[in-house]
Design a protein around this ligand. Structure first.
Ligand code: EPU
Length: 339
């Protein structure tokens, strides 16, 4: 039996049957065909094991970064087990810019495309060139272009059931040599237009450290819920009742032009309005600086987390008529479960 507590940043107590550590891609083709459930795990910063898992863990630990200089851009191929933040920082040190808005996002490079990580105005998909996978059932390699990845807001093809046997082994990023800072997001807009990439990096690190709890110090998996996207009509009717409700054009962040204008409402605000900010229940807390983040005070259990999260979701539904969806992946006895 394997203790999963140190393998996921939320740090709940849970066990799994076995673990295979993949430090070399060639091992993937020699894996047995799993007849019990299995989970592909990077650094476990977006997965929460809420029960003992009756299956195997495939922990991807491959390393390597290859940089190809082209005429106007750099093509960077990165093995899935590299740490995302270390990649951002090491490219910056080499004078390769473009990822600085996504500094300090916890987790591995291989996990980045799965939920199309994003922060401070940019998303993984903006720099993605391609994603390579190995299907451990069919024993086949496949490379997906950016379009084939079907990226959306915290979503991609790799979350779908059909891709459950595909292990992301490598991602390729395209970073142009001509760099312009992306300072549109609140908090970055006070930086001067002529600032350096390192200034953006430092500001993002500063904001994140102020708002978001360090998973090394207190168990958490970043935003627990997604920011809900609602129709313009729904937004207008809510605005009459809640004139202070903050809102954003959903097209800005996920880039999709939808049929009608869609509005993104900060889940943090909805949760705060329902009185959960800074509150805790049975070892699980709603963070005092960013209520979208649930934390494990150390004594939390899967049951108490699910109870608290459902209570938040139903309070928001009752008050605003908006159904929150979990952003983290919840793992139960047999695999991914819904809230
Ligand atoms: N807000 C409140 N109360 C608070 C905090 C925030 O009402 O205590 C409201 C404010 O209106 C604020 C708005 O929420 O303007 C947005 O807050 P913030 O800029 O902190 O971002 P977010 O929408 O809550 C998203 C991502 C984060 C990412 C930040 C910055 C999701 C689910 N979360 O949070 O990503 O770091 O934007 O880009 O999209 C993650 O995915 O794990 C994550 C941390």
């Amino acid at each position: 039996m394997i203790d999963l507590k140190p393998l996921h940043s939320f740090g709940l107590s849970a066990m799994a049957d076995s673990i295979s550590e993949i430090r070399d891609e060639s091992l993937l083709s020699r894996l047995p065909v799993f007849d019990t459930p299995f989970i592909i795990l990077g650094e476990g910063t977006n997965m929460v094991f809420v029960e003992d898992f009756s299956g195997s863990i495939l922990n991807i630990l491959t390393k390597g970064v290859e940089i190809k200089e082209q005429e106007n851009q750099f093509l960077i191929s990165v093995k899935a087990g590299e740490n995302w933040h270390c990649l951002v920082e090491s490219l910056l040190d080499k004078g390769i810019y473009g990822l600085e808005n996504m500094a300090l996002i916890p987790g591995s490079v291989g996990a980045a495309p799965v939920q199309n990580i994003g922060a401070y105005g940019i998303e993984f998909k903006d720099m993605c060139h391609s994603v390579t996978t190995f299907d451990i059932k069919r024993k086949t390699w496949q490379t997906y272009t950016r379009e084939e990845c079907c990226f959306g807001y915290r979503d991609s093809i790799f979350k779908s059931h059909e891709k459950q046997f595909e292990v992301i082994t490598e991602v390729a990023l395209l970073l142009p040599k001509t760099w312009n800072p992306n300072l549109n997001y609140r908090g970055l807009d006070t930086l001067p237009l002529g600032c350096a990439a390192k200034d953006v990096f430092n500001r993002v690190v500063e904001i994140r450290q102020q708002k978001l709890p360090d998973p090394k110090k207190i168990g958490n998996a970043g935003s627990f819920f997604k920011n809900p996207i609602i129709s313009f009509e729904k937004f207008k009717s809510l605005q009459e009742i809640f004139p202070d409700m903050p809102f954003f054009n959903a097209e800005n962040e996920d880039g999709k032009i939808q049929n009608a204008i869609k509005i993104k409402v900060p889940a943090a605000w909805l949760i705060e309005q329902c009185g959960f900010k800074g509150k805790h229940f049975d070892g699980i807390g709603c963070h005092q600086n960013q209520p979208l983040v649930l934390v494990n005070k150390g004594s939390g259990s899967g049951v108490s987390l699910l109870t608290f999260a459902r209570e938040i979701r139903s309070a928001v539904l009752q008050r605003f008529g908006i159904q929150l969806e979990n952003e983290v992946r919840l793992i139960g006895r047999n695999g991914v479960i819904s809230l």
